[in-house]
Ligand binder design. Structure first.
Ligand code: IMP
Length: 437
């Protein structure tokens, strides 16, 4: 019989788990250029994982001068022998996923060993896409969604009426679910013919993706146990997070590092590094507060020079100065230990650059923390620090120390304000275009 006391038995014994996972998180409102860094970092990873969002994301990559936009599959797929995973927190549009896999198969070798789709992920149906559009059209205050059915799919997931991928690939379950949804459609007076063709494609795509479906989370935990190097690819950004973003002007998933763990069912001890990606300025698509937005010629200049049009919807992005209040908040929420600053080339050549270091509210005074309430944030004016600009011609590759002193001062100020080191600086769209510390 054991002689251990209750207190001894309750002793907390840490389980040895290997920290093999790096997480890449958008530190602004999405479109920070995560795809480029995932593609670069994927060289050193064996498994690359999406953990939230769906085909509302658009990761633009330039490989050998060729532009490639991926919406659902992690961009690491473009490198040979890497495994790309769509994990449990993701929502999947099977029709679009089929198209994406077929498109990729013309460029790289694809097989079910290389793409793992979680049976736990939820499915975006033609009905979800339809409802997203209708809600936006009828809303007094639209969110400016991508109209890809993301919100309605997550809503059904949480309401426990959604369809999981494991159910999608079971013909009987799928057809039962489709029948229920389509009768709901008729009850609401939506003519089936409106989306009839979409349902047929949906049914076919379900069969197509079945070969890739597995218990992706179990496989991932096995990879962790074996010490495999894993990269988690965030989509959207921290300020679009359902809990920590500018609610209600957010997406419907957890875009943060904590959200990644919850979605994938992996332990916090497995995380080796959290990398925040930000642009050297800020952009936002859709509605919602944006204190440093520039509705002037500088804003237009950033949009034009930075090609700021949505990769998914083609919508013009709103542009503004770097917001260090929001960026520090994102660093803290995610526990970022590194910051990669993208698109420095776009603000190079301006006579001066500004950083918001606080907000001023007419009634509530000065804020140095990111407000909870989106309406208050909307009423805030940025308090700027102005720094000297630098020459447009910055080195494309090499070291951050090779930048003009004013550009280095800009980066140092961001590090001071956010308390996170800037390890890399993006200088162009290509895989090789960056400076390191
Ligand atoms: P949804 O994710 O389509 O529901 O859209 C909700 C909000 O998130 C809208 O403001 C969208 O513009 C924004 N959003 C969704 N995906 C992205 C993205 O990949 N980049 C930037 N914004 C996004």
């Amino acid at each position: 019989m054991s002689t251990a006391s209750n207190a001894e038995m309750l002793e907390l014994r840490p389980r040895a788990l290997q920290p093999t996972i790096s997480v890449v998180i958008g530190a602004q409102w999405g479109d920070e250029g995560k795809g480029k860094w995932i593609d670069i970092l994927a060289e050193h990873a064996e498994v690359i994982v999406r953990f939230q969002g769906g085909n509302n994301a658009g990761h633009t990559l330039y490989v050998d001068g060729q532009k490639k936009v991926l919406h659902q599959i992690p961009s690491g797929i473009l490198r040979p022998n890497k495994i790309a995973v769509l994990g449990a927190g993701v929502v999947i549009n099977p029709v679009e996923l089929k198209k994406e896999i077929e498109g990729l198969a013309t460029m790289v070798s694809i097989d079910p060993q290389r793409i793992w789709i979680s049976g736990r992920a939820h499915v975006i149906s033609p009905w979800h896409v339809y409802i997203d559009g209708i809600k936006e059209d009828l809303a007094a205050q639209p969110i400016g969604t991508t109209r890809r059915g993301i919100g309605p799919t997550y809503a059904d997931k949480v309401s426990r009426t959604g369809l999981r991928v494991e159910q999608l690939i079971d013909e009987e379950t799928r057809h039962r679910w489709m029948k229920n949804v389509r009768s709901e459609q008729s009850d609401l007076g939506v003519k089936n013919s409106d989306i009839e063709a979409e349902w047929a494609k949906f049914d076919q795509a379900a069969e197509y993706i079945a070969a890739y479906v597995c218990d992706a989370e179990q496989r991932l935990r096995e990879c962790v146990a074996q010490g495999a190097s894993i990269l988690l690819e965030g989509a959207q950004g921290t300020l679009l997070d359902i809990n920590h973003g500018t609610y209600p002007f957010v997406t419907s998933s957890s875009t943060t590092s904590g959200g990644a763990l919850a979605s994938l069912g992996i332990a916090p001890q497995c995380i080796r590094s959290v990398i925040g990606i930000a642009k050297a300025y800020v952009t936002r698509v859709g509605e919602g507060p944006f204190p440093t937005e520039l509705r002037d010629s500088t804003g237009e200049f950033l949009a034009r020079k930075g090609h700021e049009f949505g990769a998914t919807t083609g919508r013009p992005r709103r542009c503004g100065w770097l917001d260090a209040v929001a960026l520090r908040y994102a660093m803290e929420v995610n526990g970022c230990d590194q910051l990669y600053l993208n698109k420095l080339d776009i603000i190079s050549g301006l006579p001066e650059v500004k950083i918001a270091v606080a907000y001023e509210h007419s009634r509530l005074g000065r804020w140095t923390d990111f407000p909870v309430n989106a309406a208050i944030l909307h009423e805030c004016q940025p308090v700027y620090e102005t720094l000297s600009g630098w020459d447009a011609a910055i080195p494309l590759r090499g070291k951050i120390s090779q930048l003009p002193p004013q550009a280095q001062a800009y980066i140092r100020r961001i590090e001071e304000l956010c308390q996170v080191p800037v390890e890399y600086v993006g200088t162009g769209p290509g895989r090789e275009d960056f400076l390191s510390k």
